[in-house]
Design a protein around this ligand. Structure first.
Ligand code: ADP
Ligand code: MG
Length: 711
């Protein structure tokens, strides 16, 4: 066991001294054959024991009728017998005191309730014995550590040593992952197909790689998400040490549920997944290819200090594409200093462009790249660089890549290369892991730079705890919620709950009759806003149940009469009125809470008003929130500039907005039966006095028990 410390829980699986393959087979078309062949071909450093009652030897290894018959101790048992035999075989393994299990056999929880029961029984048995298990229904594990050299998978493609730890929830995709890695020349430390993750989960693997110096980047392919609480905790911690990259596929049916609130309608499961990963500092890629593009950059490059890109090229077209791609992703094109331009001018031909992108034109050779890239990287306004090279006639692009590598080595800024070159070049580049990562197209390099910048920003962020508790009368909140065990609270109760949590409200009174409404208006002061109260009245303005800016008693009286009539026409039972102060000034924003069956409560912030669903300019966050996370949600919307103030318009008090988010986070944490809340609009005024909620809806329901499934 060369590099690994022997105390880690998964070492029995990754670093065994002996492996039994139970269900090894002589049949060439079986996985029992392929797996044993891979073990032998990977030149495993320990002993291999094939187990099969009807063979005496397989792959020239002596074969045993059962684990019990193996004369030596067995660290790891790989099981690929038919599913009915699995429990018995596992019993034998536990009796034999194996330390780790990889169960390849399928037919468990993925097949239905009976399979799930069998799987639970398997887990209890294994856990009671203190043995760790990968699977069932998986493709196996690989450890490329040269002291171990374990390939206990039936995948046709092996893995080469490297610095990426990869876990795949899908076995079939695992095969593709190993293929792509091979094609791109990417090396792995370990590869795990975790299958149904009855015991070992993605969380365990992240923790396994957390302190493994050989693993520099953690990559995950996930299909479903289990209980995210533990994942949040682990991922937040580990992503401060090394990057975690995830491809998450599959949109679940829960996401498509009919939603009656704005927040619920926008919160499809997929945006929630992204919000959640963002908040943990986990990077998300869309495809496996993209994941490897980003992983290569993270593996080989330092992190940039900012998001300003310098481009050095010998052709205009690809540089324009690169610029577009960078800018669209939110990176900035660096502004080169006069000194940098002068230095470039001193050796480049007159036709070259010394502004960013630096176009050294087709006559540029490796020497030009050395000097050009050095000048650009040394500019303090440049955080990272992209080198673009279209192979000219009679020139060797490897020289260019080596020149770039030489320059990059002595500077602590990332350099990625886009080489529009032949397959032959790529074959050679693959064998040179010390050179900058190469990409065929500018868009892939731009995305990788973007992710470097993003991850760099995450790493620079202070590690801040969720905010301390606000004072609130939770008992009073519970009493209000008790009045409506399930469904929508009346508007007065909603406002009371918000008030108890210190959310600023436009002054309001709920009244039963027109006479009381007039009295309330006198107290509040004109102009006022009148709203009808009626059960199941969702979008009040649609049925004429909102009248704003009523300036006099006469106007209010008329509005009361008209509203009563309008409600009658629309078939609503009028249960009184809400009289509010007329609020002015500021931007309409929305705050929301929704409960995702898996993620639990989610907070939303965005531009509000009637067009919320049209623009969908919102961000999600998972409570509990730290102050910086609340601020990020606010600053993360596309329309943030509006809130900062544009064209002489005053901006909004952003601290108030963050404060409201934090209070709502606490509200839903303490009162989990609060299932949905929309505050829309909240008028985000220029100061604390003018910021307030104008309308809110709140639905309560039974608490959803959190899933215990692990990520
Ligand atoms: P609903 O969303 O049910 O149609 P709202 O209470 O949100 O009803 O009112 C509709 C719109 O009227 C709001 O988006 C806001 O623009 C305006 N409005 C509501 N209440 C007030 C108020 N107190 N002061 C000023 N404008 C208001
Ligand atoms: Mg509204």
């Amino acid at each position: 066991m060369a590099k690994s410390t022997p105390t880690r829980p998964l070492d029995a699986i990754f670093s065994p001294r002996s492996v039994a393959v139970i269900g090894a087979s002589r049949r060439r078309d079986s996985i029992g054959f392929s797996l044993l062949r891979n073990l032998v071909a990977s030149e495993f450093n320990g002993t291999i024991f094939p187990v099969n009652p009807s063979a005496s030897s397989i792959h020239s290894l002596k074969c045993y009728p059962s684990v019990a018959d193996i004369p030596d101790s067995v660290d790891l048992a790989v099981i690929l017998v038919p599913k009915k035999l699995v429990p018995g075989v596992v019993d034998e393994c536990l009796a034999k005191k194996v330390r780790g299990l990889v169960v390849i056999t399928a037919g468990f929880s993925e097949t239905g309730e009976e399979g799930a029961r069998n799987e639970r029984a398997l887990r209890s048995k294994v856990r009671a014995a203190g043995v760790r298990m990968i699977g069932p229904n998986c493709m196996g594990v690989i450890n490329t550590d040269e002291g171990i050299s374990l390939n206990a998978t039936f995948a046709p493609t092996p893995a080469r040593p490297g610095s990426i730890g990869f876990v795949s929830q899908s076995g079939a995709l695992g095969v593709a992952i190993l293929n792509v890695a091979q094609d791109l020349g990417i090396g792995l430390t370990q590869f795990v197909s975790m299958g149904n993750k009855a015991d070992v989960s993605g969380n365990d693997l992240i923790e396994h790689w957390e302190d493994d110096p050989a693993t520099r980047v953690i990559c995950m392919y996930l299909e479903s998400f289990g209980n995210p609480r533990r994942f949040t905790e682990i991922a937040k911690r580990v992503s401060r040490k090394k990057p975690i990259l995830v491809v998450k596929s599959g949109r679940t049916a829960e996401g498509a549920r009919a939603a009656s609130s704005h927040t619920g309608a926008i919160a499809g499961t997929d945006v929630t997944v992204s919000a959640f990963l963002d908040q943990c500092g986990v990077l998300r890629a869309n495809t496996i290819e993209e994941l490897f593009d980003i992983a290569r950059a993270l593996d080989r490059s330092p992190l940039p200090e900012g998001n300003r890109v310098g481009i050095v090229t010998n052709a205009g077209g690809p540089a324009i594409m690169a610029t577009d791609a960078c800018v669209n992703l939110g990176l900035r094109m660096a502004e080169l200093s006069d000194a940098t331009r002068a230095s470039l001018r001193s050796f480049l031909p007159a036709e070259a462009s010394v502004a960013n992108p630096v176009d050294m034109i087709a006559s540029a050779n490796a020497e030009s790249y050395t000097r050009g890239l050095a000048a650009v990287l040394d500019d303090p306004g440049v955080d990272m660089a992209m080198v673009i090279n279209v192979t000219p006639l009679l020139s060797n692009p490897i020289d260019v890549l080596e020149a770039a590598g030489e320059v990059a080595r002595t500077r602590s800024k990332p350099v990625l290369a886009v080489m529009m070159a032949t397959d032959e070049f790529y074959e050679t580049a693959k064998t040179k892991p010390d050179l900058p990562p190469v990409y065929r197209f500018p868009e892939s390099a731009a995305r990788a730079l973007f992710m470097l910048a993003r991850y760099g920003a995450w790493r620079r962020r202070p590690d801040e705890a969720p905010v301390a508790a606000f004072e609130a009368d939770d008992q009073a909140v519970e009493e209000i919620l008790d009045r409506t065990p399930e469904g929508y609270l009346g508007p007065a109760d909603v406002f009371r709950v918000l008030d108890l949590y210190g959310i600023p409200l436009a002054r309001w009174q709920a009244v039963a009759t027109p006479e009381e409404a007039l009295a309330a208006a006198r107290q509040i002061g004109y102009p006022v806003v009148l709203k009808a109260i009626a059960p199941d009245l969702v979008h009040k303005s649609d049925v004429g149940a909102v009248r704003v800016d009523l300036r006099t008693e006469e106007e209010l009286s008329r509005a009361l009469a008209e509203m009563t009539a309008a409600l009658l026409r629309a078939g609503h039972r009028n249960e009184g009125f809400l009289v509010q102060e007329m609020a002015r000034g500021g931007h309409e924003v929305i705050f929301g809470i929704t409960t995702d069956p898996r993620f639990g409560p989610l907070l939303m912030f965005g531009l509000g008003g009637k067009y919320v669903e049209v623009f969908q300019d919102v961000r999600f966050g998972v409570p509990p929130l730290a102050t910086s996370e609340a601020r990020d949600m606010i600053a993360g919307i596309r329309g943030f500039k509006l809130l900062e103030g544009v064209r002489g318009e005053p901006g909004a008090d952003l601290e108030v907005l963050a404060d409201v988010l934090l209070r709502l986070a606490q509200l839903v944490e303490r009162h989990p039966r609060l299932r949905e809340l929309d505050i829309n609009p909240f008028l985000a005024g220029p100061d604390r006095q003018t910021a307030r909620a104008l309308d809110a809806r709140l639905r309560v329901g039974p608490v959803i028990p959190p899933t215990t499934e692990q990520v």
